[in-house]
Design a protein around this ligand. Structure first.
Ligand SMILES: NC(=O)c1ccc[n+]([C@@H]2O[C@H](COP(=O)([O-])OP(=O)(O)OC[C@H]3O[C@@H](n4cnc5c(N)ncnc54)[C@H](OP(=O)(O)O)[C@@H]3O)[C@@H](O)[C@H]2O)c1
Length: 263
């Protein structure tokens, strides 16, 4: 079965990574490539722009037109564009995978849930299969270890990253908080002052071309458990996103997570 996909944010780092790995997926057919209105790269061939052979797909800003022939949209663009992209997919009835991070407060949980009544929707701050498994390990550790174990989440990314802490770090914190029966907003640690019991802290590091590193430390009396993931190639996010998008395109309307693909 062939799944027709549109890449939103196609001219960006992730858009190009998606374009380059697309040929590894025989069931995938790219049918559209969307970038920002007014972009100087509008009209360029997607393949050539991503450094591979021409694909006959033109970088365009007309999402509604691209969705007419698509089964799924894969959005790695900007949070400012996400609400409009979601609305276009709802109108077209097209499944949507949102990989863009920093959505809050521009797109609320209730807006996402509302949309998931009409379309298959998957929002993933991290589409790597390794991080998807890390989330499960963090869930297990946070619920098994006593609450006196402090949780500290460290992340490092390239110097161009816009949001901080990363969407993945926040998602890891959310998983740990939920496993401890509370909300992240309630339990996130203040930067200064002594740590409240059970608080979850974040540390952010930026520089160079680091693709993405996350470490979750459970710090208890006399021992530490450290769970970590290091991405060395942006292609892992692209491959995970395409694997998820191919699956999502065949699901009924609803809200899905990366773990639905792995387990
Ligand atoms: N889920 C994951 O696993 C994962 C992994 C890596 C990155 N991300 C996230 O994915 C997003 C993109 O990352 P990136 O590194 O690829 O960033 P990037 O290189 O800045 O790419 C974003 C692209 O989106 C374009 N854009 C802006 N407005 C748009 C619109 N309305 N419609 C379509 N495209 C639009 C930008 O064009 P202009 O430059 O012309 O504005 C740019 O080409 C970020 O939020 C990042 O945190 C997620």
């Amino acid at each position: 079965m062939t799944i027709r996909a549109v890449i939103i944010g196609a001219a960006g780092r992730m858009g190009q990574a998606l374009t380059r790995v697309a040929a590894e997926f025989p069931d995938l057919r790219l049918v559209g490539a969307i970038t920002a209105a007014g972009s100087p790269v509008l009209g360029r061939d997607l393949g050539q722009y991503a450094g591979i052979a021409p694909l006959g797909i033109t970088l365009s800003a007309d999402l509604a037109a691209a969705l007419r022939n698509a089964d799924v949209a894969i959005d790695f663009s900007r949070p400012e564009a996400s609400a409009a992209n979601l609305a276009a997919c709802r109108t077209a009835g097209t499944a949507l995978l949102i990989g863009t991070t920093g959505l809050r407060p521009l797109l609320s949980e209730s807006e996402l849930s509302e949309a998931a009544r009409q379309i298959a929707l998957l929002v993933a701050a991290n589409t790597s299969l390794g991080v998807t498994l890390l989330m499960e390990l963090v869930r297990q550790a946070a619920s098994a270890l006593p609450a006196e174990f402090d949780v500290e989440i460290l992340e490092t990314h390239h110097r161009m990253k816009r949001d901080a802490p990363s969407g993945t770090a926040l998602a890891l914190g959310q998983v740990a908080a939920t496993a401890r029966g509370t909300a992240l907003d309630e339990i996130a640690a203040d930067r200064a002052g002594p740590r409240r019991p059970g608080a979850i802290g974040f540390a952010v590091s930026r520089g160079g071309d680091v693709v993405g590193e996350h470490e979750v430390r459970f710090l208890g009396p006399g021992e530490q458990l450290v769970l970590a993931h290091r991405a060395t190639d942006r292609a892992v996010f692209a491959r995970g996103a395409i694997t998820a998008a191919l699956w999502l395109a065949q699901q009924p309307a609803g809200r899905y997570e990366m773990r639905d693909i792995l387990f």
